[in-house]
Design a protein around this ligand. Structure first.
Ligand SMILES: *Cc1c(COP(=O)(O)O)cnc(C)c1O
Length: 375
């Protein structure tokens, strides 16, 4: 029976025909790098984020690196972040010459624990990079109270959180520097890309310089370079994809909420007790359900679970192993035991299939398979 079913991946982008036609039109237009489509995408995003300044970039990684540069963070500075994220979150801190300080996660939300953030603040702390894992925000009121009290910048790694809300407000429509990714597996994609929402136009203009070789243009034939920038601009090809995807954002978010509700209903109230696995925290309507993640019980090895699910033709992801245990970070002196909760979750967390074009029957099939292995 399972032999006849197609493989179910854990994530899958869907690009509609109108978007494909728009991309083709860009390719035929003679203007394929940053141009009118980038401007239109930035305008659409800015409107979505309540009129705040928005700039696009060619990844959600460089976006955060540039945010740190805009905030003037560099050697000698400490930046507090979570061990449970895509490694990009901590790499950008190293990239600007600052020191990542890992604060352990909350075992329920799997996000950085704000008590531990407060405990990790030193006179050298300049910023916090919180991550909204699977799209679930941290306690945003408390986060910004901490920032204000200790005079810290916040670079929100909202890579996974477009469409998520806090107290009814969209993530990105308030706060300090808010970074989103449009990498292929995110809720909406531009194939690769990202954007940053700013507090003010001055910082947005500075980020534009970091985005393109530090260049400022004056008049018809003048340019100057007064900061060291890189090459991080989004192309019109990518922006055309992003614009096409953006039109579906609300529908995508609602469909993901339905799929998550179906997962919860089918796992049922006894699943955690019987299996020893941990479901995601109950939804309070705030998450965009970028992922639906289980933490497996200690008795089962994640690699075994993944291969058994693979035999049932179901793709399982792992987001993420603890960053501070990677070789590069160990070589910098970070050690096992630094963040025990993150280390355990980093070994046992799995991402079940979750994408907007999934069928209800795909959820049913996944839950049956998980239950057959765990309870
Ligand atoms: C995807 C992602 C990034 C990096 O985004 P890219 O666009 O791939 O550079 C950073 N942090 C988190 C949490 C992500 O999920």
């Amino acid at each position: 029976m399972t032999m006849t079913l197609p493989f179910l991946p854990f994530a899958k982008p869907t690009i509609d025909e109108d978007t494909i036609a728009d991309v083709v039109a860009v390719l035929r237009s003679g203007w394929i790098t940053s141009g009118p489509k980038v401007q239109a995408f930035e305008a659409a995003l800015s409107a979505y984020f309540g009129g705040r300044p928005v700039r696009t970039f060619n990844s959600g990684t460089c976006t955060m690196e540039i945010a740190l540069r805009v905030a003037g963070i560099g050697p000698g500075d400490e930046v507090i972040t979570t061990p449970i994220s895509w490694v990009a979150t901590a790499n950008v801190i190293l990239e600007v010459g600052a020191t990542p300080v890992f604060a352990d996660i909350d075992p329920v939300t799997r996000n950085i624990d704000l008590d531990k953030v407060e405990a990790a603040i030193t006179p050298r702390t300049r910023a916090i990079i919180p991550v909204y894992l699977a799209g679930l925000p941290v306690d945003m009121d408390r986060l910004y109270r901490i920032a204000e009290k200790h005079n810290l910048r916040i670079v929100e790694d909202a890579a996974q959180a477009i469409g998520s809300t806090w107290g009814g407000k969209r993530i990105g429509s308030f706060g300090d520097l808010v970074s989103f990714s449009f990498q292929a597996n995110k809720n909406i994609t531009s194939s690769e890309g990202g954007c940053m929402v700013f507090n003010n136009e001055d910082e947005a203009r500075l980020a534009e310089k970091y985005r393109l070789q530090g260049v400022t243009r004056n008049g018809m034939d003048g340019i100057d370079v007064d900061v060291l920038g890189g090459k991080f601009n989004m192309t019109d090809v990518a922006a055309a994809i992003g614009l096409g995807q953006f039109a579906h954002l609300d529908a995508v978010t609602s469909r993901r909420k339905e799929l998550a509700a179906r997962y919860f209903a089918l796992f049922g109230p006894d699943f955690e007790r019987i299996s020893g696995a941990q479901l995601p925290p109950a939804d309070q309507g705030q998450t965009n359900w970028h992922m639906f993640q289980l933490v497996l019980p200690q008795r089962i090895k994640r690699a075994d679970f993944m291969s058994m699910m693979m035999e049932k033709k179901i793709g399982i992801g792992y987001h993420y192993p603890a960053i501070h245990l990677f070789t590069l970070y160990r070589e910098l002196g970070y050690r096992e035991g630094l963040c025990p909760i993150g280390e355990r979750v980093g070994r046992q967390i799995v991402s079940l299939p979750m994408f907007a074009t999934m069928q209800d029957s795909d959820v049913d099939r996944t839950v049956d398979a998980v239950k057959s292995l765990l309870q």
